[in-house]
Design a protein around this ligand. Structure first.
Ligand code: FAD
Length: 464
């Protein structure tokens, strides 16, 4: 039996100052997603602990009372995972936002989990260090959210997913136990690597409260090029050429299909159109290096050679900060694509790289046949085999939703791809997990969840 809400809130008031508890009508000012700020949050109350001990005390109360808890980070996930109902308590990590230490010798940053990703990127930059984790939602997403979703982004190709950057984690288990391993070690094979339980498990196994991340020397130069072609084979040729010539400097290789580029540079947006909008593929190449004198020429020569050898039809290079901002805005400001229609569905599938051209063409053809689909915007991290779709509609009908899901996931399954390359499963993709994972794998996930959270109080119903 759940405890009466007022009694429960009284118990929380013994732990947290009342200014850190949002309840009653004040919940109307809170929301479950940055793109759904007009929908008031449903919850018993929202708690904003400031310390790991407070998180632990709150969770103990919830566990003792079979109270379900939903964890809020920066609320930028794209799989419905931060939705809650009137019977659930929400814990937001937003007040746990301190950077504890930047260690310039070990090249690590230690911080609380509620720090906004962009604040971490800027703080490390000030110390001539690079945190390579970078994606469009960096101004709102928290590092705890990025760890819980094992976020990817624009530099996975060179530096790996979030998992590759995490050296240590402190987390609170669903019974309130604090598991703390904030070591700065590259190598530690002393038993199970416990931090892996919390990376990518979408808050179902613990609440991440602190973290140690690995940093890299800060590159001194950064250049970007947009190159165009009408042939997917040439997309792969360009990647191979760049890997042959500038592999150490190649930090990003992103692709926009024609419909997406056209929308991003239309008169509705603030973005400058550098190249005609009649090519099929628009490639965004990022170069970062340390040789201030020679890097630009090296990059320019490589791109020019690719044009001369007819690997791409044309290209431009963004040299200064302003141009780079415009170019990456075209790639990253995907809210423009979602805003085009009243309703949208978002996908982030993984497909073997050589098959991307034909699979996306096939999916796009099938979607066009689907009555009710108004816009189809494919784009993504092509070197990682990860393609996103934002599909716009004027209706929220469940039938249309399933029809679209079936087209995307059937085609993904056919090439042994994944239904989620980086956004995770949350609530929205649960039904389709079986298309990427075997029964045995899913049962093993259930076993892990059951042994760590036997009462199923933490982010219940997410993933499995
Ligand atoms: C414009 C835009 C671009 C994006 N681009 C990318 C991209 O390129 N790559 C990519 O991977 N994702 C991308 N995303 C998705 C999203 O930004 C990531 O999944 C991000 O990591 C979520 O972080 P968050 O802090 O917003 O977490 P939330 O959305 O708040 O939460 C995500 C999940 O993690 C859980 N959680 C949050 N904090 C904690 C914690 N401290 N401990 C335990 N569980 C927690 C939540 O309960 C939820 O299940 C994008 C989103 C947008 C809106």
């Amino acid at each position: 039996m759940n405890m009466d809400n007022n009694k429960l809130i009284k118990l929380f008031e013994d732990i947290l100052d009342s200014s850190l508890i949002v309840k009653g009508d004040d919940l109307k000012s809170r929301f479950y997603h940055i793109w759904k700020m007009d929908i008031p949050l449903e919850s018993v109350c929202l708690l904003m602990p400031k310390t790991t001990n407070q998180v632990s005390e709150i969770i103990k109360i919830c566990n003792n009372n079979n109270q379900e808890v939903i964890i809020h980070g920066g609320l930028t996930n794209l799989v419905g995972s931060t939705k809650s109902d009137k019977k659930q308590v929400v814990i937001s990590l937003e007040k746990m936002n301190k950077i504890i230490e930047i260690d310039e010798i070990s090249k690590t940053i230690t911080c609380e989990s509620g720090v906004i990703l962009e604040d971490l990127i800027n703080a490390t930059k000030d110390k001539e260090l690079l945190l390579p984790l970078n994606f469009g939602a960096r101004g709102s997403a928290q590092i705890g959210g990025a760890i819980s979703t094992n976020a990817g982004g624009l530099r996975v190709f060179k530096y790996g997913m979030t998992r590759n950057l995490v050296m240590g984690i402190e987390a609170v288990l669903p019974d309130g136990t604090i598991i703390s391993s904030l070591k700065k070690l590259m190598k530690d094979n002393s038993g199970y690597d416990l931090k892996q339980f919390f990376i990518g498990s979408e808050g179902t196994l613990g609440i991440v409260t602190k973290v140690v991340l690995r940093l890299y020397p800060l590159p001194k130069t950064r250049y970007t090029s947009i190159a165009v072609t009408n042939n997917f084979e040439k997309v792969l040729d360009l990647l191979k050429n760049l890997e042959d010539k500038i592999s150490n400097n190649l930090t990003g290789f992103e692709l926009l299909w024609n419909s997406t580029y056209k929308q991003m540079v239309s008169e509705k947006t603030i973005y400058h159109k550098y190249l005609d909008d009649n090519f099929k593929y628009y490639l965004f190449v990022e170069f970062m290096g340390t040789d201030f004198e020679n890097d630009y020429k090296k990059f320019e020569d490589t791109i020019l050679e690719c044009i001369e050898n007819k690997i791409v039809d044309d290209a431009v290079i963004g040299k200064d900060e302003k141009e780079q901002l415009n170019i990456w805005g075209i790639r990253e400001d995907v809210a423009v694509l979602a805003d085009e229609r009243k309703f949208d569905q978002q996908f982030d599938i993984s497909i073997p790289v050589p098959l991307i051209g034909e699979v996306i063409d096939k999916i796009s053809r099938e979607l066009k046949e689907c009555v009710g689909v108004k816009t189809i915007f494919p784009f993504g991290h092509v070197a990682d085999g990860n393609i996103h779709f934002i599909i716009g509609k004027d209706t929220d009908s469940e039938e249309l939703k399933s029809q679209i899901n079936d087209i995307i996931y059937k085609n993904t399954e056919l090439v042994e791809g994944s239904i989620s390359a980086e956004h995770g499963i949350g609530l929205d993709k649960k039904k389709y997990l079986i298309k990427s994972r075997s029964e045995d794998e899913i049962n093993f996930m259930r076993l892990i969840k059951k042994s760590i959270d036997p009462k199923n109080i933490l982010n219940p119903g997410r993933v499995i």
